[in-house]
Design a protein around this ligand. Structure first.
Ligand SMILES: N[C@@H](CCC(=O)N[C@@H](CS)C(=O)NCC(=O)O)C(=O)O
Length: 208
């Protein structure tokens, strides 16, 4: 049995989506990051940077932090969405999400969505970078149905919950035809809908 320790954020949703996609039974343990539960001593033992998500594979008695590493683990364990022959391609897009897309859009959330009016430098900088990310993803998706190659992989699963925050971004997803097509196609997946509604309270995927 897999235990997912998480909060309802894009990084958290990556893993609930993956667990739904591979059809594995899992237990959800909520970590309230608004109440600083990520700094609890017990949690810090399995998450050295005090961040969600974390999984515990109780069968194997191991725990894992960092969403990219968790996706790789679950991809290898299930043999799904992480094709052995295509790993080099998938890894590039997964690392791009982890190192660039997530952190930059995360800053955009901080300046534009949560704290508007506090720093015009921060707001402009991350708006511009986020717009550039939309353009770059759109360009990639004009050449390929999915990010890594023509099949849905953990790189798409990692990126999707970030683009699902498009209403917060105010960039206008609609203007990016290929990214929109990709977003809508993934939105139709049953497992994605279920995993996105992490707290099981009827949260729906934002429409374009
Ligand atoms: N690179 C990490 C980032 C995880 C992350 O930033 N988690 C945030 C929520 S989305 C968090 O736990 N924040 C609490 C904190 O930093 O104190 C991953 O992808 O797992």
């Amino acid at each position: 049995m897999i235990e997912l320790l998480t909060a309802n954020t894009p990084n958290g949703k990556k893993i609930s989506i993956m667990l739904e996609e591979i059809g594995v039974k899992y237990k959800l343990t909520k970590i309230n990051i608004g109440k600083d539960e990520q700094f609890n001593k017990e949690f810090k033992k399995i998450s050295p940077f005090s961040k969600i998500p974390v999984i515990i594979d109780h069968e194997k008695n191991i725990s894992l932090f960092e969403s990219g590493a968790i996706l790789i683990y679950l991809g290898e364990k299930s043999g799904k969405f992480y094709d052995k022959e295509k790993r080099t391609l998938i890894n590039q897009w997964l690392m791009g999400q982890m190192a660039y897309i997530g952190p930059m859009l995360g800053q955009h959330h901080q300046f534009h969505h949560y704290n508007p009016g506090k720093s015009s430098f921060g707001e402009k900088r991350y708006f511009k970078i986020s717009e550039r990310i939309y353009r770059e993803l759109d360009e990639r998706l004009s050449q390929s149905n999915y990010l890594a190659y023509d099949k849905y992989t953990i790189a798409d699963i990692a990126t999707f919950p970030w683009i699902a925050r498009h209403e917060w971004h105010d960039i206008g997803l609609k203007k990016f035809k290929n990214l929109t097509k990709w977003y809508e196609k993934i939105s139709e997946r049953k497992a994605v809908k279920k995993g996105y509604d992490l707290l099981n309270d009827g949260e729906l995927l934002p429409k374009v």
